[in-house]
Structures are given as C-alpha cells and as structure tokens.
Design a protein around this ligand. Structure first.
Ligand code: ADP
Ligand code: MG
Length: 262
C-alpha cells in the first residue's frame, strides 16, 4: 500500500466553531495521509468531529488551522471536481423519479442525453433498482433511497468518495446488503474512500485502515491497519477469529473514549 501515491494529505488540521460568543473546539491536530485506492474509515464517538473532518476534506467547511490537499492541490472553499459525497440523510430529491435523481450529476455536467440514459441504466442495474426507474422516493424503502443516493454519486465516476455515515439510518440487514454492494462496487473501481462511521463493525468490514478518534475535540488516537483479506464476505467475515481479533483490538481503544467521561 505504501508505494501508492498520496491522494488526500491532511496536515495539522483543526476546527473551532464560533457561535454567539461560544467556542467549540471540534477537531485538533489531525494529520493523516490517504493513498490512491485506499479505503479509510474514521470512527469515533458522536460529536468528536468526524463530519467536520470530512467536510474540510470536501471543501464544505474551512479549517481554522492546518491544510487539506487533494492530489497536491490545497482544498479551498469548493468541492474538488473528482470528489463525490454521500451523506447519512438520504438527500434524494422527492420530486424526481429514481432515474432522474441518479441522472442529476450528469445533467449538471452537461453529459449528452443518450450517454446519460446509458449510465443511469447501468447504475440502476448495479443497484438492483430495475423496475423502479419511474418511482418517486416517497414510495421506496430507506435502503432503496440510500441506493439511489449512492448511485447518483457513483454515476459521475468520482475518483474520491467521501461518505458520512451513509448507512447510519438503516436496519442491520439492509446495512449488510449495502456493505456487500459497496464493496463489490469498490472492488471494481478502487476509488479512494473516506468513510465516516460510529459503527466499528462497519469500519472493520469495509476499510483497509481505520482512524480512531478521541472524544471532542477530536484527535487521532490510533491508526489501525485492518489485516483482513479481500474480497470480503460481509456475513462470513463476522464469524472469523481474525474479525474478532480486529474488533477486540480497536474496541479496547475506542471503548476508552466512550467510557470514563471526565
Ligand atoms: N456549523 C457548526 N457550528 C457550530 N458547531 C458545530 C458546527 N458543526 C459541528 N459543530 C460542533 O462540532 C462538534 C463536532 O461535530 P461533528 O463533526 O458533526 O461530529 P461527529 O460527526 O463526529 O458526530 C460538535 O460538538 C458539534 O456540535
Ligand atoms: Mg457526523
């Protein structure tokens, strides 16, 4: 992995929010390098600054200190062109059909109609949404809506994927289905992924490397390489000793952040 080129370089990143005379130190001293094709998960307790870090990587929030570079270019105030975002709250547009939701990024980019139709068709097949092309989001399950949101991001073929608890609102079964689908999609394209979650099982299932954060203000507590072979079977994986070992090792570190609140 170490010979791969760095894509996202985070140096001494910090964010303090100032609101109505109150200061909240959300993130401090975060330095991480994420390499080409790497799948990195950021885990930590709620409120430790995970979303803030992701938003600084994506150019949605300006750092108070430190820098983020993507492919050697400092991120400043706008989402870089080769970056795709998926959020926890499904952000599909209720007034657009499934197909028209997935097409939206292609429309923005001015992709020709026939090419749009082809790519949307492929995306719908990949996500198992055939038959729902003309359905409106209100008629879909949460899992299907999140599939639409995922495909809408993937259809423009971003090289870097920023995912903020994208499956956080789903039940366990649906979540596992989407883990399997995401891994299959990632095995095909090997995007560089930064995946934020508070769910350690999810992080171990998906990631090559896990960045464990402290409680707020979030600092990097541990960077852990996940020593599990790929491709991974999201169900069988959990029955293996190796999985249990990974879980135990990180849980010990993460547990300290949940327990013993000062
Ligand atoms: N726009 C904002 N204005 C003020 N405080 C914020 C803002 N965004 C986040 N925060 C605060 O920063 C801290 C970290 O938030 P966040 O990054 O959302 O944490 P996480 O994603 O790990 O749950 C929290 O205390 C949160 O209340
Ligand atoms: Mg968050």
């Amino acid at each position: 992995m170490s010979e791969r080129r760095p894509r996202i370089v985070i140096r001494d990143l910090a964010k303090t929010f100032r609101e109505g005379g109150r200061e909240v130190a959300a993130v401090q001293d975060v330095s991480v390098t994420i390499r080409e094709q790497e799948f990195v998960a950021i885990v930590g307790p709620s409120g430790c600054g995970k979303s803030t870090i992701l938003n600084m990587i994506g150019g949605l929030v300006a750092p108070s200190a430190g820098t983020v570079e993507i492919d050697g270019v400092r991120v400043a105030g706008r989402v870089p062109g080769n970056v795709g975002y998926v959020f926890q709250k499904d952000t599909v547009f209720p007034w657009r059909t499934v197909a028209r939701n997935i097409a939206i990024g292609l429309e923005y980019r001015g992709v020709a109609r026939t090419e749009q139709a082809r790519r949307v068709r492929d995306a719908i097949a990949l996500a198992g949404l055939e038959g729902f092309e003309e359905a409106f989001p209100a008629t879909l399950s949460g899992g299907m809506r999140q599939r639409v949101a995922l495909m809408r991001t993937l259809v423009v073929e971003p090289e870097i994927l920023l995912m903020d608890e994208p499956f956080g609102a789903l039940d366990t079964h649906t979540k596992l289905d989407l883990h399997a689908e995401l891994l299959a999609l990632w095995e095909a394209r090997h995007q560089t992924v930064v995946f934020v979650t508070h769910d350690l099982s999810e992080a171990i299932t998906l990631a090559d490397r896990i960045v464990v954060m402290t409680r707020r203000p979030g600092r990097v507590k541990l960077v852990h390489d996940v020593a599990l072979p790929r491709p991974r079977d999201v169900i069988k994986l959990r029955e293996t000793d190796d999985y249990a070992h990974e879980y135990g090792r990180i849980w010990h570190v993460l547990g300290e952040e949940f327990a013993g609140r000062a």
